[in-house]
Design a protein around this ligand. Structure first.
Ligand code: GUN
Ligand code: ZN
Length: 437
């Protein structure tokens, strides 16, 4: 692939911003550029400096006055739940049993899984999400459809075949052996193929027998570099049910600890109602609490204590995610708007720089993938997005009075959605322009 020079205002984080004034936490160029070649960023900085490194006659794409950021990363969502979004239920367990489990049964059909996979990746690109961490269904065919589509689009994705062997309809159950064998088969077939990463995915303790949890633990020991994903402490009834199923465990987190599932590659969806002991266990093991704001509000699950988790003496690593289809938007901008409000309700502030850090570098850190994604650093994947703060008439009107980068980010977060994503580059290629419909 020949080199391309992409010009615009560029923003990339170095670390979590300590305050609104912490300008050392990020690099911002008002006339910036990226030099892209063979799917990678080979140079970044001011337009002037990058231009001198580019070959003569390099093609240029000028996105000024828009803002160029690393692609958004979504650290928890469910690929088979695209048609579950907006299902009317009182709480998590009713929502799972009434809508979600029946819908996921349909993914035994390859044609259905392939059709939804096409829509899934279209929505990721439309919303500026270049990496997502997804649950497939229990059926291996759903993981095959997901990874085949990711490979065809050359996107960096993390996903897993769900392991679940109880407390769900027959059509959604594997067995401890089947869950183990099929996860191994998915790893062998897809891990490292293109930009695919396979995650070990026991759905949650309610839908796995102790035998299956042991099988998941065995997989983690055999494949220690793989990501692990599951759900933890989302809803009070869920917690009570879990503790009744595992009476020997000290608490919900201890259920996973007993099977060796805590660790720096493990993403625990939700973590809303953790005790201090559980937070300590998460902290000591480097486990990640995944905040899913639109889902937590939609299902009435509770208010995620983000500031408490990250500021405590033993901090807990946190990432952010949509949790489609419990979540109600594919947009990481909409997600962080709700995250902001959840902190407001708890008397805490989430400043716009922190929000944009979480969507990019913060989520890459949570995935231990900062060498590949989450920044505009040379040597990393050329997955980046172009944001337009005046994407709708109402946004354009507000943009007239925006005078700082912080204001611009806050406008994008408060009013933005897929319309604010002017372009999504995947491995250096403009992917949003390619979408049909
Ligand atoms: N807990 C177990 N499965 C799920 C799921 O699909 N969505 C949510 N929000 N929580 C879960
Ligand atoms: Zn989930």
């Amino acid at each position: 692939m020949t080199a391309t020079l992409i010009r615009g205002r560029t923003l990339s984080f170095r670390r979590v911003p300590a305050s609104l004034d912490d300008a050392d936490a990020y690099s911002y160029e008002t006339d910036g550029a990226l030099l892209v070649e063979n799917g990678l960023i080979v140079a970044s900085g001011t337009y002037e400096a990058v231009k001198t490194q580019a070959p003569d006659g390099v093609p240029e794409i000028d996105h000024r006055p828009h803002l160029i950021l690393p692609g958004f990363i979504d650290t928890h969502l469910h690929f088979p739940q695209m048609q579950v979004i907006g299902s009317y239920a009182a709480n998590l367990l009713e929502w799972l049993n009434t809508y979600t489990f029946p819908e996921e049964c349909r993914f035994v059909e390859t044609a259905h899984a392939q059709r939804i996979a096409t829509h899934f990746f279209d929505e990721m690109v439309r919303h500026g999400t270049t990496t997502a961490v997804a649950y497939c269904s229990v059926h291996k065919t759903s993981a095959d459809a997901f990874f085949a589509e990711a490979l065809a689009r050359n996107m960096r994705m993390v996903a897993g075949k769900v392991m679940m062997d109880r407390n769900a309809p027959q059509g959604l159950l594997d067995t401890p052996q089947m869950g183990y064998d099929e996860t191994r088969a998915v790893i062998e077939q897809w891990h490292g193929k293109g930009r695919n990463h396979v995650a070990i995915t026991p759905r949650f303790a309610i839908t796995s027998t102790p035998e299956q949890m042991s099988a998941a633990g065995a997989l983690v020991r055999e494949f220690p570099d793989l990501h692990v994903q599951t759900h933890l402490s989302e809803n009070r009834d869920e917690i009570d049910f879990t503790c009744s199923l595992y009476p020997d465990a000290a608490d919900y987190t201890d259920v996973y600890a007993r099977y060796g599932l805590l660790g720096p590659k493990t993403l625990f969806g939700h973590c809303i109602h953790l005790s201090e002991r559980e937070m300590d266990a998460m902290s000591e093991t480097g486990s990640i609490a995944v905040h899913c704001p639109t889902s937590n509000l939609f299902l009435g699950s509770g208010l995620f204590p983000l500031k408490k988790l990250v500021n405590r003496e033993k901090p807990v690593r946190v990432s952010v995610a949509t949790d489609i289809g419990g979540g109600s938007s594919y947009s990481m901008l909409r997600t962080m708007d709700e995250a902001y409000k959840i902190q407001q309700l708890q008397g805490e502030r989430l400043n716009p720089f922190e929000s944009f850090y979480y969507m990019t570098l913060g989520n890459a850190e949570a995935l231990s993938l900062t060498d590949k994604i989450g920044t505009l650093e040379p040597g990393t994947d050329a997955d980046f997005i172009v944001l337009n703060m005046a994407a709708t008439p109402a946004m354009a009107l507000k943009a007239e009075v925006v005078t700082s980068l912080a204001d611009e980010l806050f406008l994008l977060q408060t009013m933005g959605d897929d319309r604010a994503i002017a372009e999504t580059y995947v491995a250096g290629m403009a992917a949003k322009a390619e979408l049909t419909g």
